[in-house]
Design a protein around this ligand. Sequence first.
Ligand code: ZN
Length: 502
Amino acid sequence: MTAKNTLQTLIDQTKETAVLQSIEELLNWDQRTQMPAKAANYRAEQITLLSGMIHQRTVDPRRGQYLTELAEEVSSQSDHDGDVIVLRLLKQYEKEKKIPLRLVEEFSKARVMAHQAWVDARKANRFSDFAPHLETIVKLLREKTDAIGFQESAYDVLLDDYEPNTKSSDVASVFSALKADLVPLISEIGESSCRPDSSIIRRPFPIADQQTFGTSAAKAIGFDFEAGRLDITHHPFCCTVGPKDCRITTRYDKNYFNSAFFGILHEAGHGLYEQGLRADQFGLPTGEYCSLGIHESQSRLWENMVGRSKSFWKHFFPLAQNSFPQALANVPLDHFFGAVNDVKPSLIRVEADEATYSLHVIIRFELEQALFTGDLQVNDLPAAWNQKYQQALGIHPDSDSNGVLQDVHWSEGLFGYFPTYALGNLYAAQFFDSAANAIGDLDLQIAKGEFVPLLNWLRSNVHQKGKPLSASDILQSATGESLSHQPMMTYLREKYAEIYSL
Ligand code: ZN
């Protein structure tokens, strides 16, 4: 076979595997939005069979042979589509072939069972019901990191699945710089005598109206509802079932505006990234998102830098007043702007404000690291969790459900995932600065409800880039800078200086 034919065969096989993966995605989406609880066992069988098939195709030795042959001709600096595809797939192949099929299947089954156990344990507020499942997950992940091998720490192997080529020691040092600046800012805010009236957003907001208003905002920023949909779930997420099929989800609280509205903007931000990827490259690294940190940067940018800005509400507040006359008719814009940006240490990560959010993430990162170094045992997690909340945020969880059981991630085996949330915040601030410099009067455009120039900048500088070797490649090419917590801190300081008269 000529190199050209080999590459084409490889691309065809990879795209076919992507079809199987997209079916698995659909089953996962269904499990989390529609599936009756009693269907969990059979769903586990469906997903186990599919992931086994996908794994077998991915580690097929013929595929390895093609990749190795092709890689000999490729320069690691090249950004040619074919070369990027070969290099990324080779890295993935070499990693996956080290994981035995037995482990893949056991893990896949364990996470489906653990997910249902987590749902039940959270409802019953009993961590001990979930602990044995979590122990299995951690044990299987340890086997995985041992099978793959590592230099500095096992946690690096886990992190690599979500933030490729990023070291946990680097993440730890950026996080500690961030924490060192965030903690004094949060206490300054806490001591300010200016307090927004946050009761404004805790008035009655009828769910049907929230649904309509949230959908219209997602549409306004560019989410394509003919290539996507919005559904209800416990723990909101975004998933892609195909090149023109992006599913976002949210949850509604009839007495709390922020939860669904900013949740929708957040997931729509993820969706815009997915919808902005190169559809003709679906299933290939050239049509795939770069890393979860970069993914999260897109959601946080739309949710916070756009959605929680004064400019955004200059345009949307009159529309919100029409949609929710009972709650907002007599509220001035400034009061509403303050209310949606209120900073207050709280127990639940997904409802945390922008300033305290990263501290929630840093706590999880520290606990995960301790679990994988062996410094912490699963049974001691609730106590360690509560202690860290007390130290970092000055509050103590009132229950496991509002503490250690609040997130879905560990039940799905997603260790190494949390740090990408805080990295996303940092990347988002860096992208937003660069976009504003390139576009000109971004604030004015947002205030007019014009989002196309910003979306176009993100499309060409982030979305269309696919999956280069690491997030820092995209960051560097889009902003000319490497990772820094400074733009994020400058952005937060400016915003809160206005609201809290700092
Ligand atoms: Zn997100």
